[in-house]
Write a protein that binds this ligand. Structure first.
Ligand SMILES: [Zn+2]
Length: 317
């Protein structure tokens, strides 16, 4: 699909969204259908016999065998939320349909919640995306480049060596003619060991890598990939090289989308999650009408991710 067909596809309109998920009952039914597609199964003992009752406006399932009480949100990323599911669903809709990134601040305005609530919502959903993309593997022709984001000092100067600067690897799988298909992003330091580890998971053995002369990229061959090195010598000329068109275009768009959207510190600390969000959306951009449904499936399949988990140092998952 060409770039214009990506931009002009219909997606899920706000009207369609409201029709499908505009009430708490509809959202709840959607989660129940995904969690227990063949009817309730006790998470403890797997028995199917149960009673249901309501408490404080929440529907509970009680197992007839072991008496375990559960809601449909228990054991999913929605666990212990105080927010209505309609708020979660609207957040998922905004994060998946927006062309550019939606910051926690924007989410706060759209959802009418506190900033901290919006931040947690966004990070929980980015975590879902991150876990879904964790075993993404590229194949075929892959353009690779090193990239850096953040670390800007007041006045717009680039902060060399700034602690908020994030280095990451960007790999774009393309068609034989260089049109972008899938992307894989990973925050890492450019050492031979880090690239080797990354290549083993992110690249299939038959990949044909196109990269510049950065010495550590030779490590990609550890995964069995063949490599075509194009020594650019750096400078503006290398950006124009046709061999790197897909990865350069991608990184250009990424930098534009990020500029001014996120707080530098927040971005640096949680870069793995912010990058996964971009990767998740890009890799599903050909089908915007089903991306919300797919995120919902992933959210139901992801276990609870409480605040202390989200604020801890980087998780690989
Ligand atoms: Zn049970």
């Amino acid at each position: 699909m060409g770039i214009n067909r990506v931009q002009f596809q219909k997606g899920l309109s706000m009207a369609q969204f409201m029709e499908r998920y505009g009430t708490e009952e509809k959202c709840h039914a959607a989660v129940v259908a995904l969690r227990w597609p063949n009817g309730f199964v006790c998470p403890e003992c797997k028995d199917r016999r149960h009673y249901t009752f309501e408490r404080k406006g929440l529907r509970y399932w009680q197992c007839a065998s072991c008496r375990e009480q559960t809601t449909v949100m228990c054991g999913t990323v929605f666990e212990s939320t105080k927010l209505p599911l309609t708020t979660w669903f609207l957040a998922m809709h905004l994060l998946t349909q927006a062309k550019n990134n939606v910051s926690a601040l924007e989410l706060k305005r759209h959802l009418g919640v506190r900033y901290k609530t919006a931040w947690l919502l966004k990070h929980k959903l980015m975590q879902v995306m991150s876990e879904r993309e964790a075993d993404r593997q590229l194949d075929g022709r892959v353009e690779i480049d090193d990239a850096y984001l953040g670390g800007e000092l007041p006045g717009g100067k680039s902060g060399r060596g700034s602690e908020n600067k994030v280095s990451f690897i960007a790999a774009v799988q393309t068609t034989e003619t260089g049109n972008p298909l899938k992307v894989c992003l990973k925050k890492l330091e450019f050492t031979k060991e880090a690239i080797t580890d990354w290549a083993k998971t992110a690249l299939s053995a038959s990949v044909h890598v196109v990269s510049d002369g950065l010495w550590c990229f030779r490590a990609v061959t550890a995964a069995g990939a063949t490599q075509e090195r194009i020594v650019t010598g750096g400078g503006p000329a290398c950006v124009k090289l046709e061999q790197f068109r897909a990865v350069n275009t991608f990184l250009g768009n990424l930098k534009t989308a990020y500029s001014g959207t996120y707080h530098a510190f927040d971005f640096a600390k949680y870069a793995h999650r912010y990058l996964a969000e971009v990767q998740y959306r890009f890799n599903r951009r050909f089908d915007l009408s089903s991306i919300l449904k797919r995120l919902l499936v992933a959210a139901v399949a992801t276990t609870a991710r409480p605040e202390r988990f989200l604020r801890a140092a980087e998780h690989c998952g």
